[in-house]
Design a protein around this ligand. Structure first.
Ligand code: PEP
Length: 257
């Protein structure tokens, strides 16, 4: 049984006060839902991935809420001369349980390739973090009819040789849908997610493929979340812009179940 995961990627947004307020609002919603059942607690896992500077504040604010905390990136090495980078151990140390790796903004803006993403995922696993490995085609690749080939190729190149399928998450995020207000149709998302699961089954076996969660990301909002989350093989959402408003993020979570 794959429990849906709704993950918020705050990207490079928020100062201390903003992060504290947003986390407080979310924690209050969780507490109210658990105490009164009105509205009910969403039947999914919730994860927030703030910028590095907000991790400690958000960790403290979310304590006891059950909402998981994640980093937006980590280095592939455990430590060393890597100015400006953060290791998986540092994330674990500050209370993270998850880390996003291979987000398209890192692939595009920082030249990260599949091999580097694979090293980051392996580094995360070594520190007992759950890596959320992102893949997705550009608009040109989709227009050329190469979406499935590109995405399954990224999956093949970005995943470590072995891992516990319950402790790794994939996120399909078409690059043309991120931050643009455009989304894949539920049918397109189901097609890509199905192709990814098929490729996983060939490489890791049916059981592992069936256990691994595949999130959809790309302009998920409260008004399109339900239909996307109902699409075949979609096990949750990676949410950028809409995770910066607690009301929107909460409504997306409720759409998950
Ligand atoms: C993301 O950054 O992972 C993302 C999906 O962003 P948005 O929801 O804003 O498209």
């Amino acid at each position: 049984m794959r429990r849906p995961l709704i993950a918020g990627n705050w990207k490079m947004n928020g100062r201390l006060d903003d992060g504290r307020r947003l986390a407080e609002e979310l924690a209050q919603r969780v507490h109210r839902a658990s105490e009164t059942g009105d509205p009910p607690l969403p039947d999914c896992e919730l994860l927030i991935c703030p910028p590095f500077t907000l991790l400690e504040t958000v960790h403290r604010t979310l304590a006891g809420s059950g909402v998981f905390l994640g980093g937006q990136d980590c280095h592939g090495e455990p430590s060393g001369a890597h100015t400006g980078d953060i290791s998986a151990a540092m994330l674990a140390d500050i209370g993270c349980s998850h880390v996003i790796v291979g987000h398209s903004e890192r692939r595009q803006n920082h030249g990260e390739d599949d091999a580097l993403v694979r090293a980051k995922a392996a580094a995360a696993i070594a520190e007992d973090l759950v890596p959320i490995v992102c893949v997705g085609e550009t608009e040109a690749e989709r227009d050329e009819g190469r979406a499935l080939a590109v995405v399954t190729g990224q999956v093949a190149g970005s995943l470590p040789e072995s891992f516990d399928p319950a402790r790794l998450v994939l996120a399909y995020e078409p690059v043309w849908a991120i931050g643009t207000g455009r989304t894949a149709t539920p049918a397109d998302a189901a097609e890509v997610h199905g192709a990814i699961r098929g490729a996983l089954a060939e490489r890791y076996g049916e059981e592992a493929a069936a256990a691994l969660r595949i999130l959809y990301g790309g302009s998920v909002k409260p008004d399109n979340a339900a239909e996307l989350l109902r699409a075949g093989d979609v096990d949750g959402a990676l949410v950028g812009g809409a995770s910066l408003k607690s009301e929107d993020f909460w409504r997306i979570a409720q759409a998950a179940g």
